[in-house]
Write a protein that binds this ligand. Sequence first.
Ligand SMILES: [Zn+2]
Length: 417
Amino acid sequence: MTESLLSAVFLAAVLATTGFKLWLAHRHGRHILAHRGQVPRAFAEQIPLSAHQKAADYTRARLRLGAVDLVVNAAWILALTLGGGLQWLYGLWTGLADAGSIMQGTAFLATLTLLGAVIELPATLYRTFVIEARFGFNKMTPALFVSDTLKSLALSALIGLPVIAAVLWLMSAMGTHWWWAVWLFWLVFNLLVLLIWPTFIAPLFNRFTPLEDERVRGRVDALLARCGFRSNGLFVMDGSRRSAHGNAYFTGFGKSKRIVFFDTLLNTLEPLEVEAVLAHELGHFKRRHVTKRLVLMATVMLALLWLLSALMHAPWFFAGLGVEAQSTAMALALFMIALPVFSFPFSPLMSAWSRKHEFEADRYASEQSDAGALISALVKLYRDNASTLTPDPLYSRIYDSHPPATIRIAHLQGKPL
Ligand SMILES: [Zn+2]
């Protein structure tokens, strides 16, 4: 590999993935527009035409913003690498700390992350205060947005800075074997975050109260007993403080695992529907989807770190991506920027795997609870979240972590399409 070849391959990959994603978004939008005039037959009785059209307009508004985002992101990646941005930023810190030191590396990576967040800010603001607001979903006040941003920033600094410093230290102190040392560190760190997230971090942003509704509790306790599932409790989260979108999820692991329902969801679902949604979530747990995902992530991470340890000593890796400085911090920065560009071809596989898990969890829910109740809960969720019922098939195949509505409902009815 030579540096000019890497530059050419990288440039081509950025342009090709961006172009392909734009084309997919365009297809998706056109498909939705073509089906805007009629609610799909399977939903005709539960979803009014006005809600279907709102979903179409909402999805298309988000797609348009997404397209702008794609172009901005491609420009940002190219400006940083081939445009010399990384080298400039690195030089900025060289005057203030010893070149190649952990201090300089940490400062460099932290400012790079911060700049990335600043670049994303306009799109986030537009999404929250224009699009979400226009479709009646936004409940976030500007004051809450500012306080959320400041809290995340403080939290990232508190956790992120020591982590970056520790990784850079391991990379220089462990010699050629650093990749598995960093991997072990990464693994322990991730498990620790999973463990403390529900009890220490999530409450910084939301209020969690034990589920009190007697009718729901009774059903849920019976379901948990039936499935042999023990958890650290059932909580209601005040999701309505920020958004009208509803959801339910599992968090933590081992003894710290808990089940969380958004208040927005509990307000619209009947007790039996809540039970069915919970049974679906339990299905993910019982079929070991969480563990499988963790194992895959850990394996991929190990391979990637090994790859980085090999690339780190190749001068063409740095020069080909537009930088002169060859340091551990720079290698990490380049790797994090280049990786998403080259890993995009794998996203359809990941999406397909995730959709397979959704079918499995749905099947578990039909066995342990009630398929009809899950269907009616899903229809309410599609309607209230303005999710499109008519995605472009190719777009859906590549991106969707959940099966398209029509196919998912047909599976639940026991007549797969
Ligand atoms: Zn699921």
